[in-house]
Write a protein that binds this ligand. Sequence first.
Ligand code: GDP
Ligand code: MG
Length: 441
Amino acid sequence: LGGSISRALQQMSNATVIDEKVLNECLNEITRALLQSDVQFKLVRDMQTNIKKIVNLDDLAAGHNKRKIIQQAIFNELCKMLDPGKPSFTPKKGKPSVVMFVGLQGSGKTTTCTKYAYYYQKKGWKPALVCADTFRAGAFDQLKQNATKAKIPFYGSYMESDPMKIAVEGVETFKKENCDLIIVDTSGRHKQEAALFEEMRQVSEATKPDLVIFVMDSSIGQAAFDQAQAFRQSVSVGAVIVTKMDGHAKGGGALSAVAATRSPVIFIGTGEHMDEFEVFDVKPFVSRLLGMGDWSGFMDKIHEVVPMDQQPELLQKLSEGNFTLRIMYEQFQNILKMGPISQVFSMLPGFSAELMPKGREKESQAKIKRYMTMMDSMTNEELDSSNPKLINESRIMRIARGSGRQIKEVMEMFEEYKRLAKIWSKMKGLKIPKKGEMSAL
Ligand code: GDP
Ligand code: MG
């Protein structure tokens, strides 16, 4: 996808005169790309029409930066499509709110419920979880496990088969306990079926939720619109959460979900773990949708601060996606040597916040130096492998001894490595734009 959009835009920037034909060609190319990204056909067509209205061919002919104008127009249009024009209900701390989660089986409801509760718990709220999924065997156990891990109170039953009854009991129990965020997890079915929607309607009627969140798997493709609409017709959906954004899907279905439910995306799920959950941010989302990845700004930074002669090699390694300990070592060297490269990494989600928190640069530098000392005690084989399984207990002990550091610290260094490797791997197959390209966004 990224490739074809980049190509389309590039073709355009190479054309000396931008006339309607070129604009149309470019829009067609982008249409195909957005369809591949699971954006619904009707929405793509709407966007196309709007772009044609917005982009004034005379302006383009007047010699402004043409590529920039069109890029910006497309980008803005997609951002607008993700904005339903009204914010979703926001729960208030200290005041009991009931939030009901709906979505098909496997979309990530139960996981996302806990992430959502955990997110608010960290901010000092008193959340609680209610399992109203009596359809799937093991549903209560799953919720119980998640909730226990996060130390969040939960309510459910192995015996009761009436989801409404449990939901009501749970909500009442937690209202009495002064919880301010009572989250109701519901059942899903593999398919959209009447029984499911009737159940959702009943649970919603019984618990009177302040907010119903539609949970959507980013990989459902073109099915997103119908699915969202079907839920919307039985319960009053007020927000959307898109899950599994750590996978390959670009999440174009989110546009459909927003259109079908007329409600905003509020969070995205980026992994199976409790903290792999982010507040939805429209700009990076749209960049990704357009195949510009989250890396358009990142690329510019690389061109800005990485010495010219080191750029090709670094970019090559990035696009291969294999993050070895040696690459980490070299990047640490860069960070220590040139300071500004930390700006490069600050463009990557998750990179700077943990490795180099603002205001604690000195401590971070000391930590990086410590990590490098440990890596100095590693063998070439270890440094050049991107297989974390290679590093077993005896190797960890040897590295700790060799560098005079504690085993705990060596393990911490590997944790850091794994974290960075995960981020790095997302750049696999990255199409490397040339200097200045795509910088308009
Ligand atoms: P439910 O049937 O809607 O309750 O879905 P679950 O919460 O049980 O999730 C189904 C599967 O998707 C589980 O294996 C989850 O671990 C996984 N899952 C949920 N959210 C995410 C996510 O954001 N990323 C990834 N990679 N997996 C997720
Ligand atoms: Mg579930």
